[in-house]
Ligand binder design. Structure first.
Ligand code: A3P
Length: 317
């Protein structure tokens, strides 16, 4: 799955790359097979160039809107189960920083995030970068990679709502027809969704000790089993007489209902690295919400693309 790492440098000269309008004056550029928001390209470039994971690092990888915020809180809670109260005071995105935005987002890397100064005992980072872009970094150490994915129709609908909370959407809102068209053509932030999923899916089959592939729907259906599995995968299983109680505490502390009601998560303020309110990461938190926004024709179209793209992968939606 590795592709040519001919990634533009930090100077951000994207003039030679294919581009397509995303929203208002914001563009997506197709670089090494993936559509990236110009704003994040320098940070992605620096991540590829500088990020050397420690063997103890945990990397949460995801396509946007597939459950990143939930997994951030769960992974943080699993690894730091004695410090669950930190979830009440810190937005999950501040507990688990995004490599290409918070860690390497600034040219002055040192000022951006001190990579030795993690809020927990073990470093946990997240990324929306495709495996195909990050493969050399991830394979340079024994770090653990957890990938979460989600039904493509719910992912698309979640993104549709999220984007319309961006400052830029005040000038021009994203229409659902346009969102569907772009998603189906792969012209979506970090898209194509299918290539993103299949990159990490393949890696989890090739090297299951290092890569765990999970889904939003499995977590919703049976959080206990999934949380135990993640903890075992990370080498910190829940054991002893209080093991089951601890698992339930972790799940409860990271539940949508609990997290969304903390002041930090209800805040209209934006993080320093992106102009979107903190509260926009918590919307509905349900499986199947696409049915309220996509008509039968759109659903059939996406289902057909999904069937073709995932055919032969052993994975489907
Ligand atoms: P909806 O827009 O469908 O509600 P990401 O974190 O990758 O940006 O994904 C955001 C989606 O995850 C949103 O989905 C959001 O509501 C949902 N979400 C956030 N926190 C959650 C939690 N603790 N449990 C379940 N879903 C959560």
């Amino acid at each position: 799955m590795e592709i040519d790492q001919n990634f533009p440098d930090e100077s951000n000269d994207l003039s030679s790359f294919q581009k397509e309008k995303w929203l208002a004056n914001q563009y997506l550029y197709k670089i090494n097979g993936f559509w990236l928001l110009d704003y994040f390209v320098p940070g992605i470039s620096r991540t590829i160039k500088h990020f050397r994971p420690l063997p103890s690092d945990v990397i949460l990888a995801s396509f946007p809107k597939t459950g990143t915020t939930w997994l951030k809180s769960l992974l943080f809670a699993i690894v730091n189960r004695g410090s669950l109260e930190l979830l009440a005071r810190n937005h999950p995105h501040e507990l688990v920083p995004i490599l290409e935005a918070q860690v390497y987002g600034s040219a002055d890397i040192e000022s951006c995030y001190n990579t030795t100064d993690s809020p927990g005992s073990r470093r946990i980072f997240s990324t929306h970068m495709a495996h195909q872009l990050l493969v050399r970094n991830l394979n340079s150490s024994e770090c653990r990679v957890v990938y979460v994915t989600r039904n493509p129709k719910d992912t698309l609908v979640s993104m549709f709502h999220f984007v319309n909370k961006w400052k830029i959407a005040e000038k021009e809102a994203l229409q659902i027809e346009d969102a569907v068209d772009k998603f189906c053509r792969g012209v979506f932030p970090c898209g194509p969704y299918y290539d993103h999923v299949l990159g990490y899916r393949q890696e989890s089959l090739n090297n299951p000790k290092k890569n765990l592939f999970t889904t939003y729907e499995d977590l919703k259906a049976d959080p206990t089993t999934q949380v135990k599995k993640m903890a075992e995968f990370l080498g910190c299983p829940f054991g002893g007489k209080d093991g089951d109680k601890e698992v339930e505490e972790v799940i409860k502390s990271c539940s949508f209902e609990i997290l969304r009601n903390y002041e930090v998560n209800k805040s209209e303020n934006s993080p320093t690295w992106f102009e979107v309110p903190y509260n926009s990461f918590f919307r509905k938190g349900e499986v199947g919400d696409h049915m309220n926004f996509l008509d039968d024709e759109k659903i059939a179209l996406i289902d057909e693309i999904t069937r073709i793209k995932f055919h032969g992968s052993g994975f489907n939606y």
